[in-house]
Design a protein around this ligand. Structure first.
Ligand code: HEM
Length: 413
């Protein structure tokens, strides 16, 4: 199947391949998943640029995989978490690409970063910075929301999480872009796996210097200090050091960044919801999880079957690549009422798959929600309306559901 073939109803089922990154850049993937959920929810795709794989499209089947981590492995050695395999000699293990017990040991090292006390300590800083960024925006002039707001705020957050030198914080954004880039996209900062690897090795050099400094000092509440003092992480081999740092940089960056952009886009596409929000700003509490569901910042996660098993009536073989399409599970009408509508006052807004589930459920979910809540509270305090005035440009990727740019305008008030 190519991205040009948008008539999802006429393609033979076995030709449906939802892995083409073009589908996500063009935002044309919906009808394929709609058909798969109805006709073939656990779908075997025999041929794709990433080899054969199962496409799992229903909420309940995705949950089944998430909670059965003994059968469905995330381990870098068995295949990792993306539909695209990392080249064998460049596999970069990190705890998202590990199964228990090592996963649990390493996750435990960094999870205090989002302990309730730490989050409430960070709240005032996040609010102040958000206010400064918003106050610096021009009125009555078109500007790029991604660059001026989403990237700026998430980069600041990353610098805080790592206690990274403030003036050099855009390096973190660059490394995140390098780590997730689809090397075939013309706009990618790197164009081969080797180039990516070389850039990430440079990241490791900078980070190793900071890591060693933190190891000498007393334990502190930043990610590098936690890793440097954690028993399960203080002596990581180079590839694992790169892997875990990349995980923490990407985890806290693109996802939140794209929710900041996608949320504004959704409100502009559903103006009656935007009005409802202006009339009752307390709805920010349920707006935020609805943004995260609706945007679904991570398109898929992949697992590999450790043994023969059964899923939704289909026989999965040991070694099969099994892909959970969160973008589809979040639009499953059997799990979410009227799922294609953006509704900011849903009764159970946190019922979605955007953060995954089970032992790998997003570590940073409360932090991401906090950043988005503050952003929307501060926006509503300042600007009653922000208009999206042109086409948002999306990322060429089947993994990170992202935006490269989105022109907006704040009318003079
Ligand atoms: C809207 C924002 C975010 C979304 C949608 C998101 C999504 C996800 C998803 C889908 C997973 C994998 C879940 C699974 O396999 O079941 C994950 C894991 C993870 N996320 Fe997030 N994330 C977000 C924000 C953050 C932030 C702010 C941080 C950093 C502080 C972060 C750090 C991580 C880490 C470290 C993992 C690995 C957890 C593990 O393997 O145990 N994420 N995230």
């Amino acid at each position: 199947m190519t991205a040009q073939l948008h008539d999802a109803s006429s393609i033979p089922l076995d030709k449906i391949d939802v892995s083409d990154p073009q589908l996500y850049q063009d935002d044309t993937y919906y009808p394929y998943f709609e058909r798969l959920r109805r006709e073939d929810p656990v779908h075997w795709c025999p041929e794709s640029r990433y080899g054969p794989y199962w496409a799992v499209t229903k909420y309940k089947d995705i949950m089944h995989i998430e909670v059965n981590h003994g059968i469905y492995s995330s381990d870098a050695g068995t295949g990792g978490i993306q539909i695209e395999d990392q080249p064998k000699d460049m596999v970069r293990p990190s705890f998202i690409r590990m199964d228990p017990p090592r996963h649990d040991e390493q996750r435990k090292v960094v999870s205090p970063i989002v302990a309730p006390q730490n989050l409430s300590n960070m709240e005032a800083t996040i609010r102040e910075r958000t206010g400064l960024v918003l106050d610096g925006l021009p009125c009555n002039e078109t500007f790029d929301w991604v660059e001026r707001v989403s990237i700026e705020l998430t980069t600041m957050m990353l610098a805080t999480l790592f206690d990274f030198p403030w003036e050099e914080r855009r390096k973190l954004t660059y490394w995140s872009d390098v780590a997730i880039a689809n090397v075939n996209a013309p706009e990618a900062p790197v164009h081969s796996e080797q180039e990516r690897f070389d850039e990430l090795k440079k990241m490791a050099e900078t980070m190793a210097a900071l890591f060693n400094e933190r190891a000498q000092g007393p334990p502190k509440f930043d990610l590098l200090s936690m890793l440097a003092h954690g028993e399960a992480t203080r002596e990581m081999p180079l590839l694992e050091f790169i892997g875990n740092l990349t995980l923490l940089i990407v985890g806290g960056n693109d996802t939140t960044r794209n929710s900041m952009t996608g949320g504004l886009l959704a409100l502009s596409q559903f103006p009656e919801q935007y009005r409802k929000l202006r009339d009752d700003p307390a709805l920010v509490a349920s707006l935020v999880p609805e943004i995260i569901r609706y945007v679904t910042p991570v398109i898929h996660m992949r697992r590999t079957a450790r043994e023969d098993t059964e899923l939704g009536g289909r026989e999965i073989r040991k070694g099969d690549k099994v892909v959970m399409w969160y973008v589809s599970g979040n639009r499953d009408p059997d799990a979410v009422e009227d799922p294609d509508s953006f509704i900011i006052d849903r009764p159970r807004p946190r019922q979605h798959l955007s953060f995954g589930f089970g032992i790998h459920r997003c570590v940073g979910n409360r932090l991401a929600e906090l950043q988005l809540r503050i952003l929307w509270e501060e926006i509503l305090n300042r600007y009653p309306v922000i208009e999206v005035v042109g086409q948002a440009k999306r990322t060429y990727s089947n993994f990170i559901h992202g935006f490269r740019s989105m022109p907006v305008r704040i009318p003079m008030h």
